[in-house]
Design a protein. Sequence first.
Length: 92
Amino acid sequence: MAKVMGRGVEFEPIDRLEEKLKLLVAMVDRLKADQTRSAEENMRLSRELDAMRVRVAAGDALAVELNTLRDERDTIRTRVSDMLEQLEGLSL
């Protein structure tokens, strides 16, 4: 930019200041957009985390039920074995 002298005033520093202000405004706009995107991503991840917590809780409940069923199976297996032994003892 060429210096323009009008009544003894230099416009080059004012032009540089204007450019810097425009760059600053553009940067603020980008930062606001980034903040909005980050907030949206944060909300999405929070919902996803909540869904995963529900799935983990359901998995834990299924694991407890599975262990209960295994214990019941073992109890039934033992009782059936005992009954078979008693039946063999009854056979003449």
